[in-house]
Design a protein around this ligand. Structure first.
Ligand SMILES: NC(=O)C1=CN([C@@H]2O[C@H](COP(=O)(O)OP(=O)(O)OC[C@H]3O[C@@H](n4cnc5c(N)ncnc54)[C@H](OP(=O)(O)O)[C@@H]3O)[C@@H](O)[C@H]2O)C=CC1
Ligand SMILES: O=C(O)C1=N[C@H](C(=O)O)C[C@H](O)C1
Length: 260
């Protein structure tokens, strides 16, 4: 499976490493915003001997021409909300999209939705396999304890400016007011921790997920990319993919769901 990666930052560079290490994947190219390492290979920057994942600068690429000669099966996006404008041409050649952008601008999420009318698009603000089990477990517990008080605590590295997109998605899934029930902590170099606290009269139940290494995001993105191969056009999520596994449904029964 050939992959084009948007973003080579804190997360994208680690995701690139996971893709290169995966025997079923080939990293064809990497897109980034700055002029750092343009023309070099991500593999070499990551310490591999071979050449894989040539790095391009988004402002130096003519996207009307680029995808003609640089087709990939799946584009994985760990860059920025606006990057959706840079791969809309790719879907004309059949590329599918896995977006991990956690907080989209309204305009860009609508553009991503438009792309799902032409190709298969999987969007997940937290693409770790573990966080999606946390969401399923939280929804199940809420059914068992509908009157519980619920608070969401998200912890990230000090430099993260936006509220966790994962926490906002969990709040949505549980029908909670995002302003009231999402509590953010920014300390040190925390990669990503999400805790759902259920307060009951005589006990407290905590469901916690913590990413210790950004490789977790890469593994989840590769899982999503392999899963979305062969899917028809439409919008999909990690919850869908994993809940199908948990429920034992066959993938080919899958219908796209409007999730964006
Ligand atoms: N869904 C999930 O599970 C996860 C999602 N994320 C999300 O991934 C995104 C990136 O996070 P993080 O790696 O920490 O951020 P960084 O700022 O470290 O990296 C951003 C990367 O995107 C590149 N970039 C910025 N704008 C564009 C553009 N228009 N086109 C192409 N590349 C661009 C930057 O290029 P350059 O390096 O040249 O400046 C950089 O390489 C965020 O939205 C974050 O929330 C992160 C972790 C997990
Ligand atoms: O910015 C990050 O790093 C992360 N962002 C995602 C989010 O906002 O939920 C997912 C993960 O927690 C790391």
């Amino acid at each position: 499976m050939s992959i084009g990666l948007f973003g080579f930052g804190k997360t994208g560079s680690v995701v690139a490493n996971e893709i290169i290490n995966d025997k079923d994947c080939e990293l064809k190219w990497v897109m980034r915003e700055s002029s750092n390492n343009i023309g070099e290979f991500a593999s070499r920057l990551l310490g591999f001997d071979h050449k894989e994942g040539k790095i391009y600068n988004v402002y130096e690429v003519d996207f009307n021409e680029f995808y003609k000669d640089n087709y990939v099966d799946v584009i994985i996006d760990f860059s920025a909300s606006c990057a959706v404008n840079e791969y809309k041409e790719a879907v004309k050649y059949g590329s599918k999209i896995v977006s991990a952008i956690s907080n989209y601008e309204e305009e860009n999420i609508n553009q991503l939705k438009q792309l799902s009318l032409q190709t298969a698009v999987l969007y997940s603000p937290n693409i770790t396999i573990g966080i999606n089990f946390l969401m399923e477990a939280s929804k199940l517990l809420q059914k068992i304890a509908p009157n519980a008080d619920i608070e969401i605590i998200e912890e990230h590295f000090r430099g993260k400016k936006d509220v966790s997109g994962t926490a906002l998605r969990i709040a949505d899934a549980l029908g909670l007011d995002k302003e009231q029930h999402v509590n953010s902590i920014r300390v040190g170099g925390i990669i990503g921790k999400h805790e759902v606290v259920f307060g009951l009269p005589n006990q407290t139940i905590r469901i916690v997920h913590e990413s210790h290494n950004r490789a977790a995001f890469g593994q989840g993105a590769i899982y999503a990319a392999k899963w979305i191969m062969g899917k028809e056009k439409g919008s999909y999520s990690m919850e869908q993919a994993l809940s199908l596994i948990m429920s034992g449904s066959k993938d080919n029964e899958l219908e796209p769901t409007v999730l964006l």
